[in-house]
Design a protein around this ligand. Structure first.
Ligand code: SUG
Length: 416
């Protein structure tokens, strides 16, 4: 049976705060802080456990081999010789944000009845531009079954940031859906990371029906306000679109296009007067996992704890769940280590609608497997990384050993 499975990026042992993402306010404001990779990974594991307990299906992707020496070699340098900004870009654990791993079109949406995945090229940010090779290697293993078609990246210079700029509306996850690609137009102080030509290329490759595909422009106000991905200001699940008033360029036209293509849509909009864009970005209210709860039949929001700590946001949410709308429950989770780099609960996961039996079981989670992962993390992940540590040969050896131990525990040593 087709079901939604959330694949979370396991937070890698090189997690650090290098201030690498221009336009991502959290990344810039935490630049130079001391990170806590072990605590970060354990927070991510707790989120997976939380969602398993809700009765949701959970998978994961493993951290990439970092620091990426091969990438530095292509730049004619090495870990020892690299300029500090290149060294930091080689060290980034940014593949934890699995929403940027790929764009996924479930089988009912595609012309050939396969679930299509296109690995994101992430070319706008140097530290992310060398993720796709390691991510693609995993996607090819996890989704090797003929039920899937896994594609390489869209060529540069068309920036593609994966599922973070893609939403799907449908009657149920296994039913045909309306796929919405949200792109940005450059020119402002902060870069637009998703290019329209990339979105259109993905739709063609995934053999989507043009009548069930929309390309909507993200508002410049949102991008310049720190919403570097659309999933910072909007999230969809089944027939519900949960969005901030300032998410789309020409809001009325965007809503009209959505309603015309998918009349059953229920748009739950948060007005700027109730929650400012600044509060939405700071609290990551929309970077929530909007999930269909198997038990109650309603929907729930898995939100960062920062949403609870932002008074305007929490009071709006409490009023919403007390009403008669489709979103019935709020589940704050602590992913502060990731949040400090601009990654909330929704950034940490890639949604794939598929029959779980068609997925390589090594990438699927249960409590026992998460116990094993947590034990490896507790033993091998560094407790803290300060910016100056990135020059340490001893730390390089430690993080390599840590990743190898994880891959061994998961029987994924083919990825070593
Ligand atoms: O690409 N942060 C990530 C956060 C990605 C969030 N993902 C989604 N919204 N789906 C980014 O900006 C910061 C790394 C640093 O500064 O060290 C970083 O890459």
């Amino acid at each position: 049976m087709l079901t939604e499975i959330n694949f979370d990026g396991i937070i890698g042992p090189t997690h650090n705060y290098a201030g690498l993402s221009r336009g991502n306010i959290a990344s810039a404001s935490h630049a130079g802080d001391i990170s806590q990779p072990r605590a970060a990974a354990l927070q991510g594991i707790e989120k997976m456990r939380h969602n398993l307990a809700l009765g949701l299906l959970q998978g994961f992707l493993v951290p990439l081999d970092r620091p990426d020496v091969a990438w530095l070699e292509t730049l004619g340098t090495s870990l020892d010789g690299a300029e500090p900004h290149l060294r930091a870009q080689a060290w980034s654990a940014s593949s934890m944000w699995a929403a940027n791993a790929a764009t996924v079109s479930p089988a009912p949406d595609s012309g050939d009845g396969k679930c299509h995945l296109t690995v994101a090229n992430l070319v706008t940010m140097p530290h992310r531009s060398h993720e796709w090779q390691g991510t693609l290697a995993q996607l090819r293993i996890a989704f090797a079954d003929p039920a899937f078609a896994v594609h390489g990246p869209i060529p540069a210079p068309f920036g593609d940031e994966g599922a973070a700029n893609h939403m799907r509306l449908c009657r149920g996850h296994g039913a045909p859906g309306l796929e919405i690609f949200v792109y940005g137009v450059g020119g402002g102080r902060f870069p637009a990371r998703q290019h329209l030509d990339a979105s259109k290329a993905i739709a063609r490759r995934h053999r989507l029906d043009p009548a069930r595909t929309l390309f909507l422009r993200q508002s410049d106000v949102a991008i310049q306000g720190g919403a570097f991905h659309n999933d910072v200001v909007a999230v969809a699940n089944e027939h519900v679109l949960f969005t901030h008033q300032s998410a789309f360029h020409d809001r009325e036209a965007a809503h009209a296009e959505i309603r015309a293509a998918f009349p059953e849509v229920e748009i739950v909009e948060v007005p700027t007067a109730a929650v400012s864009l600044a509060d939405a970005v700071k609290s990551y209210l929309f970077n929530a996992q909007l999930v269909s709860l198997p038990e109650s039949g309603g929907m729930g929001l898995v939100l960062p704890t920062e949403a609870k700590e932002t008074p305007a946001v929490w009071s709006w949410l409490e009023t919403m769940v007390a009403g008669n709308g489709p979103i019935r429950q709020l589940f704050p989770v602590d992913v502060r280590q990731s949040m400090a780099n601009g990654g909330g609960p929704a950034c940490l996961r890639l949604r794939v609608v598929a029959d779980p039996v068609s997925v390589d079981p090594r990438f699927l989670a249960d409590e026992a497997k998460l116990d094993r992962v947590a034990a490896v993390v507790a033993t091998h992940w560094p407790e803290a990384i300060a910016p100056g540590d990135l020059a340490s040969a001893a730390l390089v050896a430690d993080v390599r050993k840590a990743r190898a131990a994880l891959l061994e525990a998961l029987e994924l040593t083919a990825l070593l």
